[in-house]
Structure formats: structure tokens, C-alpha cells
Ligand binder design. Structure first.
Ligand SMILES: Cc1cc2nc3c(=O)[nH]c(=O)nc-3n(C[C@H](O)[C@H](O)[C@H](O)COP(=O)(O)OP(=O)(O)OC[C@H]3O[C@@H](n4cnc5c(N)ncnc54)[C@H](O)[C@@H]3O)c2cc1C
Length: 289
């Protein structure tokens, strides 16, 4: 298939990128790692008049932190995230990034692109949901921050305006005694989008046994990545036992909204239960360290 013609622009900084997006709006498409965009262009699923490369926009690349938490530039690659130390509380994010595609894909794929594409199976979304991430969206002369939980709308859809650029993902400081884990099931072991993915985060009280806070998030088993809010809330105040994890895993499976596209809904729910059990067990081990 022949790709439609487009103009290529490579702004030097975020301000210039915002200016170009303000000029062209939905006629322009941003290019980060290109692992999703180039496929969409080649298949003529989209035909922008402008492709705006972000590879010189250094303000939105890398990780840094302050007393409030961690800032993750939207252009940071999955490989860079996989190699970063987010501590026990954030290990789910590094684990998820390490399982995106293959080494070649991970060296290109950015966290911003992963979220903006808004695929239900986006692997970096569930850990960011349990970490209560917020995303910063920039447009010329203005920006807004929204909770990731309010970002996704449906398969391939999110709340961004055509002229907006995701600049940062903000991870608030998590209490000590927090640990997280990520589990993924695909058909193959590599180069595979998730059939089911689960991230769990547990914060333990000072006694090291009572769960002060818990959050569980799912990928690929609903129209969007989602928090299993009832299951997470149900664990709060309970002891970190196999029995309580098992009950939470069953509730999580009920909260999933599988669409029955790549596997049956029954199988998806069974796998959600299994993977949630594993993720909670490992998140507890991480929180106990
Ligand atoms: C072989 C293969 C295997 C894969 N396996 C996995 C997998 O296992 N798990 C998984 O989650 N994904 C997987 N993917 C999907 C893909 O790699 C990810 O979704 C990737 O993170 C997208 O990021 P990117 O930088 O390549 O985005 P791009 O392709 O450059 O852009 C994707 C979309 O996001 C927009 N965009 C990008 N950055 C920004 C920004 N900062 N602000 C606003 N809009 C922006 C672009 O305009 C475009 O619409 C796979 C892809 C391939 C090709």
C-alpha cells in the first residue's frame, strides 16, 4: 500500500511544537517512537497533512523527581523506564515497560505514545493507574493536568484535543510500605500485546500485615485500561492473607468488562483472577521489603 504524502516538521522545542499543533490542529499528527503511528500511516488509517516529530523536544524526555513525586517525560522510552529504579512502590511500571514488544520496539516506543494511542492493552497504563498518575497536556500558552483515570474514553480514544501535546506523566510520592507488581498474559512470550494484564499496588500499615491501601488495575479486558475499584477498596483494613487476596482476585474478575475479541470472556475473567492473585502476592512481598 502506498503511503499518503505529508509534510514533515521537526520542531526544536515544546513551544515550537505547540505552535505547529495550534496552526494545523487535527491535520497534524505527532510522531514520537513511531511504533504505532507508522503502522497507521502505512495502512492509510490516518492521512495527516503534517507529521510533527518530537525527537528534538528534549524538555519532554527523561525522569526527574522532587519532594512531591516523580516526573516522567512523555518521550521517555519503554527501555529507559524498564532500566529505571522506581523503588518497590513503582516496580510494576518497570516490569510492564520491560514486557513491551521486543528490545527493538522498547528502544523506540515512548510512554506518551503508549497512553495517547489508548489501546485497551497498553502495558504501561495499568501500573500508572495504580500509582495514581496524572498527565500534563500542553497547548500554545496553556496546559492542564488530568488524572490518568479520567484520560481514557474508549478503544483508541482519550480526552486530548487535536492541538494538545502530552508533556509529562506525574507520579505522586507513595507512602513508605508500598509495593507493586505487574503480570501479563500474551499468546507468545515476546512481541505480543497483552490478552490480560494486571497491576497491583499495596501499602502496608506499620504492623507490616494490615493493608492500609490497595489498588488493582487491568489491561486488555475492558474497552479501556481500568481500575478495579471495588476489589482494591475491599482489601483496605484487611490482613494481607492468601484468603483475602483470593477474594479480591475473584471480585477483580467480576469487575473486568472483557469484550470477547481475542479470547472468550470466560477465559479472560479466569486469567484476570489468576494474574491478580499473582500480582497481589508479589506486590505484598515488595511492600514487605
Ligand atoms: C511489534 C510491536 C509490538 C508491540 N508490543 C506491545 C506490547 O507488548 N505492549 C504495548 O503496550 N504496546 C506494544 N506495542 C505498541 C507500541 O509500541 C506502543 O503503544 C508505543 O508505546 C507507542 O509509542 P510511540 O512512541 O511509538 O508512539 P507513536 O507511534 O509515535 O505515536 C502513537 C500515537 O500517539 C501520539 N503521540 C505520541 N506521543 C505523543 C505526545 N507526547 N503527545 C501527544 N500525542 C502523542 C501520536 O501522534 C500517535 O497518534 C507494540 C508495537 C509493535 C509494532
Amino acid at each position: 500500500m502506498i503511503m499518503q504524502k505529508f509534510d514533515y516538521q521537526a520542531p526544536a522545542d515544546l513551544k515550537e511544537a505547540c505552535q505547529i499543533m495550534a496552526n494545523y490542529g487535527d491535520k497534524a499528527k505527532l510522531l514520537a517512537g513511531g511504533t504505532d503511528l507508522l503502522i497507521a500511516l502505512k495502512k492509510n488509517r490516518i492521512s495527516p497533512s503534517q507529521v510533527v516529530a518530537l525527537d528534538q523536544v528534549d524538555e519532554i524526555k527523561g525522569l526527574w523527581s522532587d519532594d512531591d513525586g516523580i516526573y516522567l517525560g512523555a518521550r521517555t522510552t519503554a527501555a529507559e523506564i524498564a532500566d529505571s529504579d522506581f523503588g518497590a512502590a513503582g516496580q510494576a511500571l518497570a516490569e510492564a515497560a520491560a514486557q513491551v514488544g521486543s528490545p527493538l520496539v522498547r528502544n523506540l516506543a515512548t510512554v506518551g505514545g503508549n497512553l495517547v494511542t489508548a489501546m485497551p492493552a497498553a502495558d504501561m497504563a495499568p501500573p500508572l493507574l495504580v500509582m495514581q498518575a496524572g498527565v500534563v497536556l500542553e497547548k500554545l500558552g496553556d496546559n492542564r493536568e488530568i488524572a490518568l483515570d479520567d484520560f481514557f474514553v474508549g478503544p483508541g480514544e482519550q480526552v486530548m484535543l487535536p492541538e494538545e501535546i502530552m508533556s509529562l506523566i506525574f507520579l505522586p510520592e507513595l507512602p513508605s510500605g508500598s509495593g507493586s507488581a505487574f503480570e501479563k498474559l500474551g499468546v507468545r512470550k515476546a512481541l505480543e500485546r497483552s490478552i490480560v494484564s494486571v497491576a497491583a499496588l499495596i501499602t502496608l500499615a506499620d504492623d507490616g500485615k494490615t493493608i492500609q491501601e490497595a489498588r488493582i488495575a487491568l489491561g486488555a479486558v475492558a474497552p479501556t485500561p481500568m481500575l478495579a475499584a471495588t476489589a482494591g477498596a475491599g482489601l483496605c483494613g484487611k490482613k494481607a492473607t492468601k484468603k483475602n487476596f483470593s477474594a479480591a482476585a475473584k471480585t477483580t474478575a467480576q469487575e473486568a468488562r472483557p469484550r470477547g475479541l481475542r479470547t472468550s470472556a470466560v477465559y479472560s475473567r479466569l486469567m484476570v483472577e489468576q494474574l491478580t492473585m499473582r500480582a497481589l502476592t508479589r506486590a505484598y512481598a515488595a511492600a514487605s521489603r
